[in-house]
Write a protein that binds this ligand. Structure first.
Ligand code: ADP
Length: 167
């Protein structure tokens, strides 16, 4: 049975793949809230390197040390997934100003759809402020070592998948 006094935060994203920047935000959220749910987005129009199951498995493995963090997939409107999960807070990471320009309209729209759900922003830690899944994939596709930027286990999967995808 769920405890209604629990404060549950929801961290949505593509996680294609999860990076140490994502993990930093998740670990900090796990300190702030009773429970954190990671929502791996299933967006048909977006092309991903990894399948939803692979992205979910990598997130689970990366968060295995965090007892109050669980991982699931979601599709459709984010606020509906958050509501159904019993959460009232959406956590987003902000790297630079460009992230805010992208996130502010979504947060405003989400609040008008479900006013009881708040979006909270955590500033990226300086070490991770310039890390994105797309940059990691690009560097790795050029043969660069990204193992310092992703959780253990992710870099070999990236190298293998990019080699399979290479023409
Ligand atoms: P990306 O923006 O890298 O494609 P996602 O769509 O999976 O990644 O992003 C999910 C959330 O994680 C967003 O709120 C995004 O701002 C945040 N995020 C992504 N990378 C970082 C990072 N290096 N530091 C902090 N937050 C991040």
């Amino acid at each position: 049975m769920s405890d209604t006094s629990e404060v549950i935060a929801y961290c949505p994203g593509s996680f294609d793949p999860i990076t140490n920047g994502h993990l930093d935000i998740i670990e900090r959220a796990a300190q702030l809230f009773d429970r954190v749910i990671i929502g791996v987005a299933l967006i048909a129009e977006k092309t991903h390197l990894f399948s939803p199951e692979e992205r979910l498995a990598m997130c689970r493995e990366a968060c295995a040390h965090l007892p109050n963090v669980t991982v699931r997939t979601f599709e459709g409107l984010l606020v509906e997934a958050v509501h159904q999960a019993g959460a009232r807070i959406i956590i987003k990471g902000l790297r630079q100003a460009a992230d805010l320009s992208h996130e502010a309209p979504m947060a405003t729209m989400n609040r008008s759809l479900r006013p009881e759900i708040e979006t909270l922003f955590l500033l990226a830690s300086p070490t991770y402020a310039f890390i994105s899944s797309s940059l990691i994939k690009w560097v790795c596709s050029m043969g660069g070592d990204v193992s310092a930027q992703v959780p253990p286990g992710v870099a070999p999967k990236l190298t293998q998948r990019l080699a399979e995808a290479a023409p």
